[in-house]
Design a protein around this ligand. Structure first.
Ligand SMILES: NC(=O)C1=CN([C@@H]2O[C@H](COP(=O)(O)OP(=O)(O)OC[C@H]3O[C@@H](n4cnc5c(N)ncnc54)[C@H](OP(=O)(O)O)[C@@H]3O)[C@@H](O)[C@H]2O)C=CC1
Ligand SMILES: CC(=O)C(=O)O
Ligand SMILES: [Mg+2]
Length: 766
């Protein structure tokens, strides 16, 4: 798998999370976002249209009618994440610049989860007036403003003033995003424990941005004022307290004898933590009512860990803000979708109705049956409505259509939508189409492998990159890496890399292995009539790491293999084929998955068949269709060439036409057509205008190339020119999962191909 920012993020290069994160942020282009032009700027004419003099036309139109900015600029899909860094996660005041990685991260989440373009702005002032003035004049640029990590009480004044001054949605995510998501979790937790919100006794630790908004929403949902106790660093906020108070805290002060968090927690039904790491003790949890509901939401570390809660209260419903525990109550489940819905109806604001609609949509989604693909992506966790699943998971692709549509509808009903949506059903469908299923599939793949760890041979076990990849594979919980090499040499290299922990790694020296004889017997039986003597085979097994590794997989001593760093593809492939056959009815082939901002395209055969026969072309198409479907795409196959439907007659094109006739005769269940040129295949409007009889109903996404040269050149060109992520080539059609990387592969490429081999092993068993 060729490395990209997304795949780098999925795979940790070396041990610790902090180190990995620093490396990831620094790698390649530093940071996490870039800006990409959506219109061509290549020719003089492009320049004249996009910039002076042509650009005058849209400028004048907008000057006449400001609403035209939504037609001629990115405004309608552009959100600013704005912070002064005074409350960065639970880390405190890190300054405007210190919070930038979080704000860039929020921008990435906006794009990834809801296709909202987003830019982060770090404003270097703690002065409320200066901050407000800075932001208010940015209004024309954006469709919405997401305020982030600004501490209380300044955040309340800033948001209030900006909402009054600006005609676009201004939304302080830490207040309302958090309130919406935690309210959704609370609705379900109360339901599961049979409680009525009117009878609940609640304690909230923290009296800042997030806590005040959460308590206000919970009270709006029915919690009586006197049933909630708010605490801050000074303890309980009681009536009459003067120290460390402000008007927002005072509004929630209650008459109570409790003065400390520990006293307040006694007998409480619900605890919300929006304060700081470790603020809650086991004893406090122990003192709560039966079936306590505990949302410890401080980031990155909660007020108390789920392990500690479990140790004292097995009956608790527990949630945190983190992704590595069940029940992640984090505003990532809210802000991307809330803004998506608000932008799509050009809402002038995000009002209470829209917030409540979002909370209810989230709560409802968690109670619905979880689709198989979401379940698989989180395998190992039981995603069924219950104490361990009160919230949808962040990678649930249904979130966008459920939450954004609910928000858009509420905006329309409450009269703040400036561009109502005429057909909600169609809108919901279009929302799902904004997400690329490939990234969902990749997430799914890694999670499945993690839940079902496999034994994977890393054939070139003495290589530095291989050893590092094997360690990453182990540390990510994907399974047991098996390094083939001389043990002393492997350990020496590990030492030089500073790797001391060799637990969970196996090292096999082919020459010394006790499995040599059965492996030799097996391979000799296969090759004895192909001119190989037994001693030739013995040498191959002893000395050829690919052959030995493939034997391990063939004879069930390992589940899959990855190789390719030290030998060219044909040699590596030949070694493997000495041991492993092609699946009957299939063709051994390689396909590459090209993920671009225009969608995902499958390209093959990029690896093995130089000039495929018509039968092979048809089979290659069928195999790629299966893979495309597995990754969530409805395939449309184009057989590519340099001519369109007979526009140039040469002998080689006959192979393609015959392949199409084979598929015709088989009455296959997918769309295909050809031969056609690449631009025609990808530009459906051009295709319809030029060749209206073409059977494809949309742009092709499975491209069957006429030969290895064109396939290989095309994928390498795209990879080198950039702007796309290329996954693969993925080897398909062999009886055992064997993946071959290029000689220049990175550690991440190796890990990803090892995971693909592991996934291949799993798929064969299911
Ligand atoms: N899971 C999620 O989605 C979200 C989680 N959060 C988390 O909530 C926390 C607060 O964020 P935010 O509201 O934006 O920050 P603010 O700075 O606005 O508020 C922090 C509040 O926490 C209180 N506090 C800090 N430490 C303690 C402590 N040990 N015991 C009691 N109270 C304490 C402060 O008290 P005082 O007033 O006395 O200074 C203050 O009231 C952070 O950890 C943040 O990561 C925030 C948003 C979303
Ligand atoms: C999640 C979030 O926004 C925070 O912890 O501040
Ligand atoms: Mg935040």
């Amino acid at each position: 798998m060729t490395s990209s920012s997304s795949s780098e993020a999925m795979v940790n290069e070396m041990g610790d999370l902090d180190g990995d994160s620093l490396r990831m942020h620094k790698a390649g282009r530093p940071g996490k976002i870039e800006i990409i032009a959506t219109k061509p700027l290549v020719t003089q004419r492009d320049l004249a249209l996009a910039y002076s003099p042509g650009v005058a036309a849209p400028c004048l139109e907008i000057a006449k009618d400001p609403a035209k900015a939504y037609d001629y600029t990115v405004k309608g899909n552009l959100v600013a994440v704005i912070s002064n860094g005074t409350a960065v996660l639970g880390l405190g005041d890190l300054g405007a610049l210190g919070g930038k990685p979080v704000m860039e991260g929020k921008a990435v989440l906006f794009k990834r989860f809801a296709d909202v373009d987003c830019i982060d702005l770090e404003v270097d002032t703690k002065d409320v007036d200066q901050f407000v003035n800075c932001v208010r004049y940015l209004g024309p640029t954006f469709g919405g403003i997401n305020l982030e990590d600004i501490k209380a009480p300044e955040c309340f004044i800033i948001e209030q003033r900006l909402r009054e001054l600006m005609d676009i949605p201004v939304f302080h995510d830490d207040q309302h995003g958090t309130a919406i998501v935690s309210a959704a979790g609370l609705i379900n937790a109360l339901h599961l424990t049979g409680r009525n919100i009117k009878d609940v006794k609640m304690v909230v630790n923290g009296a800042g941005a997030a806590s005040i908004a959460c308590i206000e929403l919970v009270k709006a949902m029915g919690l009586p004022h006197e049933n909630a106790i708010l605490c801050d660093t000074k303890g309980v906020i009681y009536q009459g307290r003067t120290e460390g108070m402000n008007q927002w805290k005072s509004a929630h002060a209650v008459r109570t004898k409790a003065r400390t968090l520990a006293e307040a927690m006694k007998g409480a039904d619900v605890f919300f933590g929006l304060s700081a790491k470790g603020a809650v003790t086991k004893d406090m949890v122990k003192s709560m009512a039966d079936k306590p509901i505990i949302f410890a939401m401080a980031n990155p570390d909660p007020e108390i860990t789920p392990e500690d809660v479990k140790a004292v209260r097995g009956d608790a419903i527990m949630a945190t803000g983190r992704s590595d525990y069940p029940n992640q109550v984090n505003n990532v489940l809210g802000f991307p979708y809330i803004f998506r819905g608000a932008l799509d109806v050009r809402a002038s604001t995000i009002n209470e109705d829209m917030k409540i609609a979002a909370a209810e949509a989230l709560a409802k989604l968690a109670r619905e049956d979880v689709p198989d693909e979401v379940d698989r992506a989180y395998s190992g966790r039981r995603l069924r409505y219950g104490p361990e699943y009160i919230m949808p998971v962040p990678f649930d692709p249904r979130l966008i259509s459920a939450v954004s549509a609910a928000v858009a509808e509420a905006a329309m009903k409450s009269g703040v939508a400036r561009k109502p949506i005429p057909n909600m059903a169609e809108y919901k469908r279009s929302l799902s189409g904004r997400l690329d299923p490939t990234s969902h599939w990749l997430q799914n793949l890694f999670e499945q492998v993690k839940a079902n760890p496999q034994r994977i041979v890393f054939a070139e076990g003495e290589e530095e990159r291989t050893i590092r990849a094997a360690v990453v594979f182990r540390d990510n919980g994907y399974g047991t890496p098996i390094l083939i090499g001389r043990e002393e040499q492997v350990r020496e290299t590990m030492k030089s890399l500073g790797i001391t922990n060799t637990d969970g790694l196996e090292i096999h020296n082919a020459r010394l292995s006790t499995r040599n004889t059965p492996y030799t017997d097996m391979v000799y039986k296969r090759l004895q009539r192909d001119g190989f003597l037994r001693r030739d085979v013995q040498r191959m097994v002893n000395q050829g790491r690919n052959v030995f590794g493939a034997c391990m997989v063939a004879m069930g001593d390992a589940d899959g293999m990855v190789s390719g760093l030290t030998r060219r593809f044909p040699e590596c492939y030949t070694d493997i084929r000495h041991v492993v056959d092609v699946d009957p009815g299939k063709v051994a082939m390689g396909y590459s998955v090209i993920v671009s901002r225009h969608g995902t395209v499958f390209l093959g055969d990029t690896s093995i068949n130089e000039t495929p026969t018509p039968e092979e072309l048809a089979t290659i198409a069928k195999q790629m269709v299966k893979s495309a479907r597995m990754m969530g795409h409805e395939p449309r196959v184009a057989f590519l060439s340099f001519s369109n439907f007979g526009s140039r007659e040469i002998e080689r094109i006959d192979r393609i036409r015959k392949a199409i006739r084979i598929l015709d005769a088989e009455k296959v269940d997918f769309e295909y057509d050809g031969e056609m040129q690449a631009d025609m295949a990808l530009d459906h409007a051009l295709m319809k205008a030029t060749y209206p009889f073409c059977r494809l109903t949309g742009p092709a996404n499975v491209l069957v190339m006429p030969g290895l040269h064109s396939a290989h050149i095309a994928s390498r060109l795209m990879q080198s020119l950039g702007g796309v992520t290329v996954i693969g080539p993925v080897i398909d059609g062999l009886q055992k999962p064997m993946q071959i990387v290029g000689m220049g592969a990175t550690v991440s490429d190796l890990v990803n191909h090892a995971a693909l081999a592991a996934y291949g092993a799993l798929s064969r068993r299911s």
